[in-house]
Design a protein around this ligand. Structure first.
Ligand code: CP
Ligand code: NVA
Length: 298
């Protein structure tokens, strides 16, 4: 059966650890020599496109980035036929989609792995990079650590909660009413043996947390709700006062793009506790690690 990575829990706990280890190989074998990887985007991207292209290149392969306008998914031809077509030329298909269901449809017919490059539900490569960043910062095992997510219980939050479950890290989520993690995500975390708690209080969530995460209040696709979201999330801004309530030496992470003055203050994201640039750098390692797992024969 073809392997796909639609969210972090498509990896077994052993594979998850293997990806983290393989990600650290700065001189990886050229396991993609002579092979192509298609990278399809229905939404904008800076980090995901560039880190994915460079990961494929560093493994000896050839990335082909495609904007949806070029192929017209479900307009020029069906998502299934796009996937079947790309699978004729490439050893994997990465896709950033508006609707997670599209990934499921592509994966159902693709003879090569489909990799989620962000959907409305999940962002697994970001979560892998986030765990890599925490590991590098804290060193050794992450088991028993605690992190806080302040803001929208969105795609990035869901994948992070799953990755933290696999890493043995407890997650405390603070969101306004109606914007928390959904029941299915909480159940998926529990299935992995993880611990996640939800509150509406940012102060409560960050208490004892060694890392504080946030993300945009308005994700790609949520633009019509911008005004309503700005009102709901205003008390959830991560500033120095909130960071001071976290564990001593707590670090700040954000998948980017960031909106200074909205979900985070400039003082925090550009300050000494911020790990956002190593976190962005780890996107490349995460993609390399995943491709090595899928194609390295380990
Ligand atoms: N963090 C992230 O996925 O960034 P891009 O949207 O720029 O790819
Ligand atoms: N939650 C954000 C993440 C961007 C990388 C979005 O989906 O737009």
């Amino acid at each position: 059966m073809t392997r796909h990575l639609l969210d972090v829990d498509d990896l077994t706990p052993e594979e998850f650890q293997a990806v983290l280890e393989l990600a650290g190989d700065e001189y990886p074998p050229r396991v993609l020599a002579g092979k192509g990887v298609a990278l399809l985007f229905q939404k904008p991207s800076a980090r995901t496109r560039n880190s994915s292209e460079m990961a494929v290149f560093q493994l000896g392969g050839h990335p082909v980035s495609i904007r949806d306008e070029e192929v017209g998914v479900d307009r020029r031809e069906s998502a299934e036929d796009v996937a079947r077509t790309l699978a004729q030329y490439h050893c994997a298909i990465g896709a950033r989609v508006l609707d997670h269901g599209l990934l499921l449809r592509m994966a159902a017919v693709s003879g090569v792995p489909v990799i989620n490059l962000l959907s409305d539900q999940a962002h697994p490569l970001q979560a892998l990079a986030d765990v890599l960043t925490l590991k590098a910062h804290w060193g050794g095992t992450l088991a028993g650590r605690r992190v806080a997510w302040v803001g929208d219980g969105n795609n990035v939050a869901r994948s992070l909660a799953l990755a933290c479950a696999l890493a043995g890290v407890e997650v405390a989520v603070a969101s306004p009413e109606g914007y928390g993690l959904d029941e299915a995500s909480i159940a998926a975390v529990a299935r992995l043996g993880g611990k996640v708690s939800q509150t509406s209080s940012p102060a409560e969530a960050v208490k004892g947390a060694g890392a504080v995460f946030t993300d945009a209040w308005v994700s790609m696709g949520d633009e019509a709700e911008a005004a309503e979201r700005a009102r709901a999330f205003r008390p959830y801004q991560v500033g120095t006062e909130l960071m001071a309530l976290a564990a001593p030496g707590a670090v700040f992470l954000h998948c980017l793009p960031a909106h200074r003055g909205e979900e985070v203050t400039a003082e925090v994201i550009d300050g000494p506790s911020s790990l956002v640039w190593p976190e962005a750098a780890n996107r490349l390692r995460a993609m390399r690690g995943l491709l090595l797992l899928l194609f390295g024969g380990v």
